[in-house]
Design a protein. Structure first.
Lengths: 355, 706
């Protein structure tokens, strides 16, 4: 194991040494091996089991639809935090480093790190069965995300492609990092940041460009770690300490509840319980009426182990990290990880980062 | 399996906004903020149009296989579990309010998940007899039930619920669940849009047992021996209805033979004075089982007060009398008692009639005739007598009469009565009376002058809905009269055979006219359908409604010709792609199974051949494009074949040769030109890979001529 920074600090992936990249890549790969699978079997009913930690990320992302609304940032923060915990099961020294989209990512697209930037991703993901272009039978996840016959999250996707644009990202991004961090309200900031994030997905393109398949590409976590970094930067600006307070950070959007009922046409609110990790039917039992909006995301699909038969979220003593929560929970509001740097031009409370 | 009694609330997002045929067309408007839009739609959330959902519905009681029961969650952990049900509730037509539940998904937390088959609403009863109370002024007095089997069910045994802590779980069998739910007290106030639901989940029961005795859905109607006092106090009204809204009362029950229990569903015959479930009068209700017409057991006291109903889910379960050995001899009577004497109130009629498979609505294609098979029961056995059934059709205020029986009566033979209904040709109708044409908006407040009847004929407007009730009546010598009222919706039909040549030629006039007709019903009555939330690009961004299925825009494009692909556009592949995408966008919502949650709710009554028309149109566009490309290919061959040898791409070695030449040629070319060669090479690789793969299974081979 390579020597890492002392504090699981998330760092710019284009700036770290090759051995740190190797460790991160190897941890990704480990999460798609037999040692890192959730309980159950492929054929389990009613909910599929045995899914690798890596494929679980796509399953989670597809089971929900937390885009275009107030919970986009906190939900993806939770996803990244949880994924980083999984990575550390493969390598306890790992941090989920980020792709600073102001940096040219071309150096990342090599066969010993992120694979090709155009066409099939290739190595190292092909050998690690992150996708399988030539499946022996019919067990694969189709490139068409709504293909009901090829949607078992246990199976590898049939393709993992990219179509990276040739120009620099900052040439196409609708807002600069500075524009985002200068935003006065959460509503303004999260709207701008999500827009830029959308462009970043399209910038890499291919599997990552489709919101329903994007979490099949490991690059997605480098991108989302950066999204979380900029969200964190907005929160940690000096003089804006209220942005770390659950009651204040979300401003007018703090009491938003989920709108709509059918994915993908739902808009998840700040009070909505973070799904699928809260399961279905919160608060689960005996005539307890949940507080307004504190229910699972409408239309969410069940994802193990947060449903039958494991129900991890129902055992707070055994699985303290799985306690159901919404975006107002302090573990979501407060950045849980240290970043090496935030965009220039502002002063930050670096000391207020958790680690 | 045990009976799970439940009660709670439901929400329903009824798309009743502007769905009357005399209303002028209204339009979706993105500029109207969601809060204001919801005022227009009377509080209904357009994103949830047609959605029916349980809210705070709880398992309140269990009745076990031996008839004992449990209401305490400490004794059985299944008690108190939350029931989640979500389904699309779509009427047969806006004026034929026999609703159908589609695509239902049900879950009892920690117990099981499953799907619900199509459930059709019963007739509608008015059980609130003194109007509504002050606190909930928009409560409706109506009550109706749905009943359906559950499929794809899975038990969810876990630590929270298992054989160890739940006898109910232990007795459960996932293969045979069904759900019965009675809905009432719907509050149409935009703040609520919710009502109450009572019911149970229990075993599936066939309509008849092995001896052909009816054991499911037996009806109880007003007892002919009812006294004047009971009649007056309980506000009994036996007037006949020509639609599904009934003034009389009705109970139903079913028999669990193996458990020797019967389940009486009483919500549609216990009258209340108001929506707070205040009982009318001070009568107590009793079930009196009769064996061959004789009382053989003590009457069974029904507890119908509000608290008991919340617990029982509006059903009473009592044992079959011990000396009843054949349930064909069993009949029920409901008696009421004020002081000492039991007075007759409800009883089983001698006869009953229903459609085969208990079908409760009919949807019919224009100009088509369909045969209806009806089952006639006499004393819960197939009727062996030759009984005459009167067949009638009934007018209504929103559609001309477009369906009729082909005869005025039918006769029952061996328990089956067969009759036929004929739909009018909606595309070529003779002039007929129409309650909507000539409707006078100026005088709409003047009741006497509200609807000036006119006539319509020819190709009847496609933006209207058509249908009427028909009824089948048995009038026995003694009361009650038995009547089955069926809503029949008649749908327009695209004359595909006639139009096919024009569609294949991409005849804009024909295609535009047909598409406009097909979609006009949706744009006129459901302008807010297919909405989703979006944010504007303002800072701060504003939340708005956006329409994801832009039918109006689609039609406008066709009208202006900008988006319509005809034979002059075939070289514009971007336009072709766009047009095909737009058709696919519609097809995606239309061409799904009825049980698919993603199907456009109202497309369950899309005109006949409408989907086939859209598919044929799409195929015609693509066929014409392919034809055009082939023609260009022929031109290329014609122009060049005399000058250069054109390689045969079916010959592998020629492809290989070509690729080598590409490599040589592209070496010194500028980058942009190289790009073209790379694309060409990739295409050749795709082409040859396809051939090589095909060769794995093909036996095609070459013979030498040496």
């Amino acid at each position: 194991v390579t020597t890492h920074t002392k504090s699981h600090e998330r760092r710019s992936i284009t700036k770290v040494d090759k051995n740190i990249r190797d460790d991160l890549k190897n941890a990704f790969i480990a999460l798609n091996t037999k040692d890192f699978r959730f309980p159950g079997k492929r054929e389990d009913k009613p909910f599929v089991g045995g899914v690798s930690f890596w494929f679980k990320q796509d399953e989670i992302h597809q089971a929900t639809h937390v885009h275009g609304g107030p919970a986009f940032l906190p939900w993806h923060r939770e996803l990244c935090n949880r994924f980083e915990r999984l990575l550390r099961m493969a390598n306890p020294h790992i941090a989920l480093h980020y792709w600073d989209w102001n940096e040219d990512p071309d150096i990342l697209f090599t066969s010993d790190f992120m694979g090709n930037s155009n066409g099939d991703a290739g190595e190292p993901w092909l050998s690690a069965r992150f996708y399988d272009p030539d499946p022996a039978g019919d067990n694969y996840r189709g490139s068409e995300p709504f293909d009901p016959d090829h949607s078992n999250p246990y199976d590898p996707p049939i393709a993992l492609t990219r179509k990276k644009r040739s120009q620099s990202f900052h040439e196409i991004a609708p807002f600069s990092d500075e524009d985002i961090i200068k935003s006065k309200t959460f509503a303004e900031m999260r709207y701008k940041l999500e827009q830029v994030h959308n462009y970043a997905h399209d910038y890499i393109g291919g599997t990552l460009g489709n919101p329903h398949t994007s979490f099949r590409d490991p690059f997605v976590f480098l991108l989302h770690s950066n999204v979380d970094r900029i969200f964190g930067a907005w929160q940690l600006r000096k003089g804006f300490e209220w942005r770390l307070q659950p009651d204040e950070v979300y401003g007018d959007e703090k009491n938003t509840i989920a709108l709509g009922s059918t994915s993908p046409r739902v808009m998840v609110g700040i009070k909505t319980m973070l799904s699928p990790w809260c399961g279905v039917g919160y608060p689960y039992d005996n005539a307890i009426s949940p507080r307004e909006g504190e229910v699972e995301e409408p239309g969410v699909k069940d994802v193990r182990p947060w449903t039958y038969p494991e129900n991890w979220q129902r055992y707070p003593n055994r699985f303290p990290d799985e306690k159901p929560k919404n975006s107002l929970d302090l573990t979501v509001v407060k950045p849980q990880h240290r970043y090496d740097k935030f965009p220039a031009g502002f002063e930050y409370n670096y000391d207020m980062m958790t680690n | 399996m045990p009976i799970l009694h439940f009660s709670g609330k439901f929400t329903f997002q009824s798309p009743f906004y502007n769905n009357r045929p005399w209303n002028p067309e209204k339009y979706f408007d993105e500029a109207i903020a969601p809060d204001k839009a919801k005022k227009i739609t009377s509080g209904v959330e357009p994103l949830k149009y047609f959605e029916f959902e349980f809210k705070d519905v709880i398992v309140k009681k269990l009745t076990y296989d031996d008839g004992t029961s449990c209401t305490d969650p400490k004794e059985d952990r299944l008690v108190g579990k939350k029931i989640l049900l979500k389904t699309l509730l779509v009427d047969t037509a806006p004026h034929l309010q026999k609703s159908r539940m589609y695509a239902g998904e049900i879950r009892i937390v920690d117990f099981f998940v499953g799907k619900m088959k199509l459930a059709t609403q019963s007739d509608v009863f008015i059980t609130i007899r003194n109007g509504t109370n002050d606190t909930k002024s928009k409560d409706s007095p109506y009550s109706a039930y749905f009943e359906s089997d559950i499929y794809d069910g899975n038990l969810l045994e876990n630590e929270f619920l298992s054989n160890r802590n739940s006898r109910g779980f232990k007795e459960s069998d996932i293969d045979d669940f069904k759900i019965f739910l009675n809905v009432c007290n719907f509050n149409q106030d935009p703040k609520y849009l919710e009502g109450e639901v009572y019911g149970y989940i229990g075993p599936q029961i066939d309509e008849q047992n092995k001896n052909h005795v009816r054991i499911q859905g037996r009806r109880l109607l007003i007892d002919p021996e009812i006294t004047a006092d009971v009649r007056n106090t309980l506000k009994v009204d036996e007037s006949q209805s020509n639609d599904i809204f009934r003034r009389d009362y009705e109970g139903t029950y079913e028999i669990l033979e193996d458990k020797r229990l019967l389940i009486l569903r009483y919500m549609n015959f216990i009258p209340f004075s108001d929506t707070n479930h205040t009982l009318l009068g001070d009568y107590q209700f009793f079930i009196l089982p009769l064996n061959k017409g004789e009382a053989v057991t003590e009457p069974f006291n029904m507890e119908t007060d509000y608290a008991s109903t919340l617990e029982s889910g509006g059903v009473c379960i009592c044992p079959i009398p011990e000396n009843t050995t054949d349930v064909g001899d069993l009949r029920l009577s409901i008696r009421v008692c004020k002081n000492i004497d039991l007075q007759p109130f409800m009883s089983e009629p001698v006869h009953d009639i229903l459609l085969v498979n208990n079908q409760k609505f009919v949807v019919l294609e224009s100009d088509k005739l369909v045969t209806l098979d009806c089952i006639v029961y006499e004393n819960n056995r197939l009727c062996t007598k030759d009984i005459e059934i009167k067949l009638e059709r009934h007018e209504n205020d929103e559609s001309p009469t477009v369906v009729s029986f082909t005869s005025t009566k039918a006769n029952c033979i061996n328990g089956i009565a067969r009759c036929s209904i004929q739909a009018r040709n909606l595309e070529d109708s003779e002039e007929i009376k129409d309650p909507v044409s000539g409707y006078d908006r100026e005088n709409e407040k003047n009741k006497d002058n509200q609807k000036i009847k006119g006539t319509i004929g020819g190709d009847l407007p496609w933006d209207r809905y058509y249908g009427n009730y028909v009824s089948l009546t048995i009038e026995p010598l003694t009361k009650p009269i038995i009547r089955l009222v069926l809503p029949v919706r008649v749908l327009h039909s695209v004359q595909l055979d006639k139009l096919k040549p024009s569609i294949e030629q991409l005849d804009r006039g024909v295609i535009e006219q047909t598409a406009r007709k097909l979609l006009s019903y949706y744009t006129r009555y459901y302008p807010w359908l297919h909405a989703s939330y979006a944010y504007t690009n303002d800072i701060p961004p504003k939340l708005i409604y956006s329409q994801f299925l832009k039918i109006q825009e689609f039609l406008r494009f066709m009208e202006t010709g900008d988006d319509f692909i005809d034979n002059s556009d075939l070289d514009h592949w971007d336009l072709v792609y766009d047009a095909v995408s737009k058709i696919n966008h519609l097809l995606d919502r239309l061409d799904r199974d009825d049980s698919d949650w993603g199907k456009m709710p109202r497309s369950r009554d899309f005109p006949y051949n409408g989907v086939q028309f859209l598919k044929l149109w799409k195929i015609s566009i693509l066929d014409n494009v392919i034809k055009s490309i082939r023609s260009q290919q022929a031109d290329i061959v014609k122009e060049w074949s005399s000058k250069i040898p054109i390689p045969d791409l079916d010959q592998w070695w020629e492809v290989q040769d070509l690729m080598s030449k590409i490599d040589q040629t592209m070496e010194d070319l500028p980058l942009e030109t190289k790009k073209l060669f790379v694309i060409w090479k990739l295409q050749l690789i795709d082409h040859i890979t396809e051939h090589l793969n095909a060769a794995k299974t093909s036996t095609k081979h070459a013979h030498g001529h040496h």
